[in-house]
Write a protein that binds this ligand. Structure first.
Ligand code: IVH
Length: 690
């Protein structure tokens, strides 16, 4: 590229472009190069790289710069040449009337601006004209010619001036009329419309291609394009295409003076036309647009918006054209579901369970009609899988009401100075060490009870029935107390009696409820060691493990000071749980909270160590399957473990028994096959003495 490409050199104040102009030109060149690559991939190779919406976005970026700097518009800019590059295999045909494109609007305000611009060009008597709204069919524009009612030629849009003769292939489209009804006296009729592949046919075609291990099409539009360009009309004939007419460009009977009547007439003479609605103002247009969005998924073909046209044909003529677009029509496109934006930074958040998750902070963009500025990156592994860094351009996808996701990272546009993301060593909220347990995707904060991000979860768990069982201090109250700063850590629960006056001020809280809560808290002080261990909410330590720890260590002090090797000696405790427990008891904040709980008067009876050899199920391995009616699976598991059994997830020849609830499936079959004893729920309840 040379600087002389600056098309409007005379109007430019400087002979050589300023640094600023150079920057703008560079930006334009980059966008032009990208658009050219994508045009080629889409139209020539039938193998698009970008989503349509991403392509539109690239195009829109260039349009915006060109509008801002008209002097710098590059002569080879693809903005003013619509469409595709003709393939040489088909005869080139010049259109009698150029096939133009449509402007776009994306939201209600733009739609009103469009209608305002129309009004600005009309006399007072003509203002606020009627509009006609059609579906914007997502296929390929085609011009058809009929001589005295007989089909003679079909031409693709091509570059808008010249297209390809696809008459032979078009003849195979089943709903395309080869002879028109009552049109013999029209010498030349030119009808334009869209060739598309209905969704069902597209799916069938791709299924067949998959079976034959052939290339599948990315979307119905590409499948339609590929089919029309088939050099072998026999292959084209096997493709399920359809044609929908949307305009009459030559030969319209004079008595017809509106677009809606023209389409009705096209229907009468044998064409398929898609839904049409006549509207009077922006509001009605918007309502119809919204109703189309609702129906979109149920339509037999893909659409990407609606097209709004001034209904009166004489007014259309009067309004005329602006460069390559009519002033009398615009496309009201559906919100893009995939858009490109920049990922500014990757931040780390701590979830209620202590999971440290990366969150991408985006340059805000509208995706699917909603502004998106954050995107979840799930875990550190996902960052590595996507190979994404702060500063990267990314494609963000949001289908329906699904949470936005990064669907693609544009590595070729990566800033030279970008750095790979690193997992933080300390929790961003409480500064406790972060660990990434082996074989786990999620990194975790070891702050546990002390970490503010985890406190709510910890509180709810602590008071739950199977933990400290503080009945009467419901979850809702607990959260309110937390939000108002009355409780932060679980130890603060035992200080609530000092805040009774404040508690009464809470809405719907009377003196009586306060008394009940205080009583329940008081009653919970007498507990068991295994409940207490479970209540601490150590990751990986469920009821069963808490019971096993109790049996193994007999008192809290010994458990808290045990090293990893010792912790692993506990039945059913693996490396991950041992590490998590070890870290938990090393965090000074957790020790502080435990000490505060003990100081507040939480206590338990001395643990009677059952010698494991006396446990009835010692040495046995059990598996649980199906739905149990009297208890949760976790409860059953805890009961089995308390009796000395190991509980495993899968059946093998070593399994002692299968506890089977309702709807036991494949495990039941496997147990029977291996001759493993099957125990029903009733039998099990009898066994555990309930
Ligand atoms: S009217 C002068 N009506 O959209 C404008 N176009 O983005 C003539 N399209 O090239 C176009 N459905 O391929 C019109 N109901 C409809 C349409 C429609 C789809 C396509 C057509 C056109 C493109 C412009």
């Amino acid at each position: 590229m040379t600087d002389s490409k600056n098309t409007n050199a005379e109007t430019s104040p400087q002979e050589t472009p300023s640094v600023h102009d150079k920057t703008i030109i560079n930006k334009m060149r980059t966008l032009i190069a990208a658009l050219k690559t994508h045009n080629n991939a889409y139209y020539v190779l039938d193998n698009p790289i970008l989503e349509d919406s991403e392509y539109d976005q690239l195009r829109l970026s260039l349009i915006k710069i060109e509008e801002q700097y008209p002097d710098l518009v590059q002569p080879d800019s693809p903005i003013n040449t619509v469409g595709d590059i003709p393939l040489s295999a088909f005869t080139q045909v010049t259109h009698d009337i150029p096939m133009l494109s449509l402007g776009n609007v994306f939201e209600y305000d733009d739609l009103r601006d469009f209608m305002r611009r129309v009004n600005d060009r009309l006399s007072d008597a003509q203002k606020n004209p009627e509009y006609e709204v059609e579906l914007k069919l997502d296929g390929l524009a085609v011009s058809l010619k009929y001589q005295h009612g007989k089909f003679i030629q079909a031409v693709t849009r091509g570059d808008g001036q010249t297209g390809e003769d696809i008459t032979q292939n078009t003849k195979t489209i089943r709903n395309l009329p080869l002879y028109l009804i009552d049109a013999a006296d029209i010498e030349l009729l030119e009808v334009r419309g869209e060739v598309l592949m209905p969704k069902a046919g597209f799916e069938r075609l791709n299924r067949l291609a998959e079976e034959k291990e052939e290339k599948t099409f990315a979307n119905p539009r590409n499948a339609a394009a590929g089919s029309l360009r088939q050099l072998d009309p026999a292959v084209a004939a096997s493709r399920p295409l359809a044609f929908y007419a949307y305009s009459v460009n030559q030969g319209l009977p004079e008595r017809i003076d509106t677009q809606s009547d023209a389409l009705a007439w096209l229907g009468d003479i044998g064409f398929s036309v898609s839904a049409v609605r006549v509207v009077k103002n922006p509001r009605e247009t918007q309502e119809y647009y919204e109703s189309v969005i609702e129906k979109r998924a149920k339509l037999p073909f893909e659409i990407d918006g609606t097209v709004i046209k001034v209904n009166n044909l004489a007014l259309q003529q009067q309004l005329g054209y602006l460069s390559r677009e009519p002033r009398w029509a615009t496309a009201y496109k559906f919100p893009a579901e995939t858009v490109m934006t920049r990922l500014h930074s990757i931040e780390w958040q701590v979830g209620r369970t202590g999971a440290i998750t990366p969150v991408g902070k985006l340059e805000p963009v509208k995706v699917g009609g909603v502004t998106v500025s954050n995107v979840t990156l799930h875990n550190f592994g996902e960052i590595q899988r996507l190979d994404v860094r702060a500063g990267d351009m990314v494609s963000v996808h949001r289908a329906g009401d699904v949470i936005p996701k990064i669907s693609r990272v544009w590595h070729d546009q990566r800033p030279a100075d970008s750095q790979p993301a690193v997992l933080p060593e300390n929790c961003p909220v409480c500064d406790s060490p972060v660990i990434l347990p082996e074989d786990e995707a999620l990194a975790r904060c070891t702050g546990g009870l002390f970490c503010p991000a985890q406190q709510q979860e910890a509180l709810i768990h602590f008071v739950s029935r199977r933990a400290m069982d503080i009945d009467g201090l419901g979850e809702r109250w607990l959260i309110s107390f937390f939000e108002q700063g009355l409780v932060k850590t679980v130890a603060d629960i035992y200080q609530l009696h000092n805040h009774q006056e404040q508690m009464i001020t809470f809405e719907k809280m009377g003196e009586k409820s306060v008394q009940n809560i205080i009583k329940a808290i008081e009653a919970s002080k007498h507990t068991t060691l295994s409940r207490f261990i479970y209540a601490l909410g150590i990751r990986g330590v469920g009821e069963g493990t808490a019971q096993n720890f109790t049996q193994q260590f007999g008192d809290l002090e010994r458990l808290m000071t045990a090293d990893i090797e010792t912790l692993i000696q506990t039945p059913d405790v693996g490396t991950i749980t041992a590490e998590l427990a070890y870290e938990f008891f090393r965090a000074p904040h957790n020790i502080e909270v435990i000490n505060a709980l003990l100081a507040a008067g939480v206590y338990w009876d001395k643990v009677e160590k059952k010698s494991s050899s006396h446990l009835p199920l010692d040495g046995q391995t059990w598996v649980i399957t199906g739905a149990l009616s009297s208890m949760a699976r976790d409860e059953a598991k805890a009961k089995l473990q308390a009796l000395g059994a190991k509980v495993s997830g899968s059946i093998s020849a070593k399994t002692t028994a299968l506890l089977a609830g309702e709807k036991a499936g494949s495990k039941m079959a496997k147990a029977e096959k291996l001759g493993v004893k099957v125990v029903g729920e009733d039998e099990f309840l009898g066994m555990v003495g309930e």
